[in-house]
Design a protein. Structure first.
Length: 150
């Protein structure tokens, strides 16, 4: 069932998986899960990058989340951009902490995984329509999933 945010995002064509990315994912492997126009929250903690220092900040985006047989891809863009684009056999994938909450799936990782000039912690909360399906696919790919119902 689509949320109000997803319906609005679809109507305004926000948070859609670009056709070039879809083609690339489908040419390399089968697309297993796709959520477009979803609300995402990025939380920066102790974040440093050239010209920026953020002690703690929360930003809400509209974006997409896709899982293929070999890749995890998530992107959100508003005033800032948050990207997660990693293959399951990449060491950066194993460094991501996945947490299931009642309303979202959280991906927590070191900011240097996104940009070599950055440091600190980044948490991306994905408000997915079917969290458990995404979690099962991630587990099959080798991810360690933490279930936290707090």
């Amino acid at each position: 069932m689509a949320t109000f945010i997803q319906k609005l995002a679809t109507r305004l064509r926000l948070g859609q998986l670009p056709e070039a990315v879809r083609t690339q994912l489908e040419s390399e492997s089968r697309l297993l899960y796709l959520a477009e126009g979803i609300m995402e929250t990025a939380i920066f903690r102790g974040y440093r990058a050239p010209g920026a220092y953020i002690l703690q900040r929360r930003i809400v985006f509209i974006g997409y989340f896709a899982l293929s047989e070999h890749w995890l891809v998530a992107k959100a863009k508003a005033y800032h951009e948050t990207n997660v684009n990693v293959a399951y056999d990449d060491p950066r994938f194993k460094a991501i902490t996945f947490t299931i909450r009642p309303r979202y799936l959280a991906l927590t990782f070191d900011a240097s995984a996104q940009s070599p000039q950055a440091s600190g912690q980044l948490e991306v909360r994905l408000h997915l329509p079917d969290i458990m399906t995404a979690a099962r696919i991630l587990e099959q790919a080798g991810a360690q999933i933490v279930s936290n119902s707090l």
